[in-house]
Write a protein that binds this ligand. Structure first.
Ligand code: HEC
Ligand code: HEC
Ligand code: HEC
Ligand code: HEC
Ligand code: HEC
Length: 477
């Protein structure tokens, strides 16, 4: 017997004979549907617009392959069950039927596989498509995964609440695309088994290059010029005495003569640094490429003249705007702003002092804080200043609720995100920020240092003055 014929008679015919059972047929149909969907997806990845979402990997790298293998596994299971049943009934034929399309039983089996495959294909590909679309939405990234709650909460109230998470969070290029998929899968597994880091680490290594993302909407070289900043501060006395700082920031940009000036003009694209810690807070070494192509190094004395080990990072938007989409504030800033807006009324005596204490206290959970903050504020007035509660019950109630909201926007006990967990690099009052480099300690070989001159960055028109004259001059107050 020719080997081919032997193979056909000894293997193919028995396989088809035993394989003609519902379990194996269903297995075959599942496998082929999963297979076709995967191939379709890979073709789209190769030639079409790939889907950016890291969690889509769950469907295409885990779920579909799992279905594919489960389907394959069902085939021998069905064969085994049928073989065993026929054996027990003594019905195993001496000669296996020929493969014959005229045999209605064989044709029937083929029909079942075809119909089931088509149905399966529709179901599997629809499910994957819907799943992928869902996973692309900020709702999925931010909400279905409670781990993201701090970032999602801050994102919703940020200027960027309409920018998709994936627009900023997936790096460019095939490698980072693939890495994001693997990361996303890893993260879902971590979340499933409760092994995720709390809080989620920052900085994010896998961010799309800032200039790619941000410059899609902002033009950094646009000359913004000067930006006026007015900040109100309330004191801890009975009257919550209000003072204001008025600052003109020299934001600059590219001016009409094409010079790069000011805060925006001088950093982008030509300043590199090495950080000594993972949060990029301690920066011992900075290098600037000058317009003539020469380079100036600035280092702290402790660096000892050598370039420290570590990633050499070219400064971009995120080195200052690290909290553009997820701004967590300090309790001082949160309360001062709420009082300036009137959401927490400055008419309530001692509200600043008492509010700060309530914001900074420890609560076991979010719910605990939501209940206790308003309650304790009422108790404070009930016990110490009942006349205030009698006259301004509404304001006390509103203040209590607003304080609780401020807390819930910034503190997330279950993720170990507290006040100050994620520093903001934009200024220098609450965190090192600009002073990570502009501390007067970063010196070059010829003795200059990165400036700490207040006037290089801003003009201070008023610092903590009550009713600054400049505001009325400007017609603001
Ligand atoms: C406008 C761009 C942008 C958008 C949109 C955005 N992020 Fe971010 N995200 C950032 C930046 C910038 C950081 C901080 C990166 C750094 O410091 O390296 C960050 C950090 C994070 C972190 C790390 C922890 C932390 O707080 O630093 C998580 C988690 C995160 N984002 C989740 C999300 C989710 C979920 C969404 C959508 C609901 C989202 N991001 C939308 C830019 C963005
Ligand atoms: C899809 C468009 C889009 C992208 C991408 C985008 N922004 Fe914005 N951004 C906006 C819009 C629109 C506003 C103004 C919103 C408003 O005033 O309410 C804004 C406001 C801002 C502001 C001023 C308000 C604030 O929060 O202080 C800063 C700073 C800013 N963006 C920085 C960035 C940075 C940094 C990135 C990149 C990580 C970025 N943006 C990416 C659209 C975008
Ligand atoms: C050296 C730090 C630094 C870098 C780098 C930087 N910015 Fe800024 N940017 C600032 C400061 C400071 C402000 C003013 C902050 C404020 O309003 O409180 C600002 C303000 C802005 C604003 C608001 C302008 C307005 O009119 O209110 C936008 C938008 C912005 N930056 C976008 C960007 C983008 C996009 C990049 C990257 C291409 C970038 N910035 C890089 C420091 C920086
Ligand atoms: C990673 C280091 C680093 C950080 C962080 C940084 N800068 Fe700078 N900055 C530099 C270097 C380097 C120069 C160029 C110094 C020189 O040429 O003498 C510079 C120059 C400047 C200048 C021009 C000074 C002059 O005399 O012309 C301004 C203004 C400025 N920075 C503002 C800021 C502000 C505002 C922030 C924070 C939002 C900031 N910088 C954060 C490194 C940094
Ligand atoms: C490298 C740039 C830089 C230098 C140098 C600098 N500042 Fe600032 N400063 C900033 C920026 C940026 C902001 C705005 C922060 C923000 O947007 O919240 C700011 C804000 C302020 C504010 C008002 C904001 C607040 O939160 O109360 C005061 C007051 C201030 N600076 C004082 C000073 C003094 C005094 C000096 C000199 C010893 C100085 N700064 C040096 C960049 C600088």
């Amino acid at each position: 017997m020719a080997p081919f014929q032997k193979f056909r008679e000894g293997w193919v015919r028995p396989a088809l004979f035993f394989g003609n059972n519902p379990i194996s047929l269903a297995g075959g149909a599942i496998t082929s549907a999963a297979g076709v969907t995967m191939i379709g997806y890979w073709l789209v990845e190769l030639f079409g617009r790939p889907n950016d979402n890291p969690y889509v990997g769950i469907i295409f790298f885990l779920l579909l392959p799992a279905l594919f293998i489960a389907g394959l596994a069902l085939i021998p299971v069905g064969v085994y069950v049928r073989h065993r049943k026929l054996q027990l009934a003594g019905q195993i034929p001496a000669v296996y039927p020929k493969i014959d399309f005229n045999d209605h039983r064989f044709r029937h089996g083929v029909d079942i596989v075809l119909v089931a495959t088509v149905i399966n294909l529709l179901v599997v590909s629809m499910a994957s498509y819907r799943g992928a679309a869902y996973m692309d939405s900020p709702q999925f990234c931010g909400q279905s995964c409670h781990v993201m709650q701090p970032e999602f909460t801050a994102y919703k109230v940020s200027a960027h609440s309409h920018v998709d998470c994936v627009a900023c969070h997936i790096g460019a290029g095939a490698a980072s695309y693939f890495r994001a998929k693997v990361n996303g899968t890893k993260q879902l597994i971590e979340v499933t088994f409760d092994r995720y880091p709390t809080p989620i680490e920052s900085p994010v290594q896998n961010l799309r290059p800032a200039r790619d993302i941000c410059e899609g909407c902002h033009t950094p070289a646009r000359f913004i010029g000067e930006k006026l900043l007015v900040k109100s501060t309330f004191a801890d006395d009975e009257k919550n005495t209000q003072t204001q700082s008025v600052v003109v920031l020299h934001l600059g940009g590219r001016d009409s003569l094409s010079h790069l000036t000011g805060i925006h003009g001088v950093h982008l694209g030509h300043i590199e640094y090495v950080a000594a810690d993972s949060s990029r807070t301690t920066i011992p070494w900075v290098q600037k490429r000058n317009e003539d192509g020469s380079e100036t190094e600035f280092a702290v004395a402790a660096a000892g003249g050598s370039i420290p080990q570590g990633e050499r990072r070219v400064m971009d938007c995120i080195d200052c705007h690290n909290r553009a989409a997820h701004t967590f504030v300090t309790p001082e800033d949160a309360l001062n702003r709420a009082m300036a807006e009137g959401a927490v009324s400055p008419e309530l005596p001692w509200i600043h002092k008492e509010g700060m204490e309530l914001l900074k206290a420890n609560y076991s959970s979010e719910a605990d804080a939501q209940a206790k903050i308003p309650e304790q504020l009422s108790a404070f007035y009930r016990n110490g200043h009942p006349e205030v509660l009698a006259a301004k019950a509404d304001l006390v109630k509103a203040a209590g609720e607003q304080l609780a909201t401020l807390y819930s926007q910034n503190v997330f006990p279950f993720m170990k995100v507290a006040w100050g967990t994620h520093p903001n690099h934009i200024g220098h009052m609450s965190y090192p920020g600009c002073f990570r480099c502009h501390d007067g300690e970063h010196a070059s070989k010829n003795g200059t240092s990165i400036t700490q001159d207040c006037a290089a960055c801003h003009n201070l028109l008023a610092v903590d003055e009550s009713k600054p004259k400049v505001l009325s001059d400007l017609g603001i107050q």
